[in-house]
Design a protein around this ligand. Structure first.
Ligand SMILES: CC(C)(COP(=O)(O)O)[C@@H](O)C(=O)NCCC(=O)NCCSC(=O)CCC(=O)O
Ligand SMILES: Nc1ncnc2c1ncn2[C@@H]1O[C@H](COP(=O)(O)O)[C@@H](OP(=O)(O)O)[C@H]1O
Ligand SMILES: [Mg+2]
Length: 375
């Protein structure tokens, strides 16, 4: 197996993404007769990126985007007072325990400047809530008069404000307007409804111009709020259960990048909405790892290696490198035993192989070896 050196370091951008999981009580009339009803009892919001996006054009993603200086402005302190404020904003101890590898990518990008007035955990949540508003018109806010502390049950999104389009245009132009919108509505971003879920670094691939260090949060909503795509960055959306989403991907209706596919398959472990919500509350104080997939190019495909896999190398060279082999994927799979990997057979056929124990009381996806009929 060989690796190829790449001299120019990537530019990393810190980002936040939010997996919105909504309880689904609507009648199933919209489900085509050919398709079985969703097994999981909740649906996830996926947004279709514009074909004109520079990064992952046309892909279905969870709402999200890059952290802006406005997300960690000291001005938020006034809005969160008097109930919540530093050091913990009522979130409890920050659970983000960085794994030994990789250390946070080095970047000269101002986006990575960590000198803001807010704890990082709070700023990332504000970013995720702002992006959900900008991209989907979903407002995850909570009245400032609400009692302190996290709500015991799944939340509800706020009704969109009159003049949604004008507010959104202002926020998109200048993210500082998001705080002004919250103040106007006498609300704060509902940072307590967001549960730490995972963190992904964009793997090194071909030419790595855009790379993200993305915190993923999970937010349970009692019911799906109306979605208003911005028709600019986002050109469509769907609410679909993990199994429906998998089916849409395999049948080429939508395209998912490997991390999003992994998260969808991880969520397929939950039989009901209340199981998912209880799970999120139960692991609120557990640690979280940031994963850098390492790409192994094979003779006929690609494997995204994840931490714990026997081929995964905790070597900082692989922040800017991939591995390659002349062997076929099948041979590589026959040779191994300890797997934590996403096998990419083609653009719409991924298999997840997991034989390692999950860490930090999280769940990993079950092995998903799809039927050969999709090949
Ligand atoms: C959070 C983001 C959606 C931000 O992007 P935006 O342009 O909206 O600012 C995005 O960074 C995201 O989804 N991050 C999650 C981790 C990630 O980087 N996913 C993409 C991986 S790319 C890949 O795996 C290979 C893709 C391929 O072509 O095969
Ligand atoms: N009308 C449009 N069509 C396609 N992409 C757009 C767009 N308006 C903004 N974008 C892109 O959306 C990205 C902003 O996403 P976010 O706010 O979620 O981080 C930016 O991409 P880059 O990140 O490539 O600069 C920006 O160029
Ligand atoms: Mg985005």
């Amino acid at each position: 197996m060989s690796s190829s050196l790449r001299p120019v370091p990537s530019r990393w951008r810190r980002a936040a993404s939010i997996v919105l999981a909504a309880g689904w009580t609507r009648p199933e009339t919209a489900t085509p007769p050919s398709r079985p009803p969703p097994a999981e009892g909740f649906r996830l919001l996926l947004l279709q990126r514009s074909p004109h996006q520079g990064f992952m054009p046309g892909a279905h993603v969870f709402p999200g985007g890059v952290l802006d200086a406005a997300d960690r402005s000291a001005d938020w302190l006034g809005l969160f007072a008097p109930h919540h404020g530093p050091p913990g904003f009522g979130l409890g101890p920050a659970p983000f325990s960085r794994a030994a590898f990789p250390s946070p990518p080095d970047t000269g990008d101002s986006n990575a400047d960590n000198t803001g007035a807010l704890p990082e955990d709070v700023a990332f949540r504000i970013c995720a809530v702002r992006e959900a508003f900008e991209e989907a018109g979903v407002l995850l806010l909570r009245p400032r008069t609400s009692p302190p502390g996290p709500a015991p049950g799944p939340g509800l999104a706020l009704e969109p404000p009159p003049g949604l389009a004008a507010w959104r245009a202002r926020v998109r132009r200048d993210p500082r307007h998001f705080l002004r919108l919250c103040a106007h509505l006498d609300c704060t971003p509902d940072i307590w409804a967001l549960h730490n879920w995972s963190a992904w670094l964009t793997p090194f691939f071909r030419s790595a111009t855009r790379r993200f260090d993305t915190a993923f949060f999970l937010c349970c909503l009692r019911e799906p709020p109306p979605v208003y795509p911005d028709w600019a960055e986002v050109v469509g959306y769907q609410w679909s259960s993990p199994s429906e989403t998998t089916e849409s991907f395999l049948s080429k209706e939508i395209w998912l990048a490997p991390p999003q596919f992994y998260e969808v398959r991880r969520l397929a472990n939950f039989a009901s909405f209340s199981d998912l919500h209880k799970f999120c509350l139960g692991r609120a104080l557990e640690g979280l790892e940031r994963w850098l997939p390492i790409i192994l190019l094979t003779a006929d495909g690609m494997v995204h290696l994840l931490p714990g896999d026997e081929l995964y190398l905790e070597d900082s060279d692989f922040l800017e490198n991939l591995m390659s082999t002349e062997k076929k994927t099948e041979e590589i799979m026959k040779e191994g035993k300890q797997f934590h990997r996403i096998v990419i057979h083609n653009r719409h056929l991924y298999d997840i192989h997991v034989t390692v124990q999950s860490k930090h009381k999280h769940v990993y996806p079950k092995n998903s070896v799809v039927s050969k009929s999709h090949l």
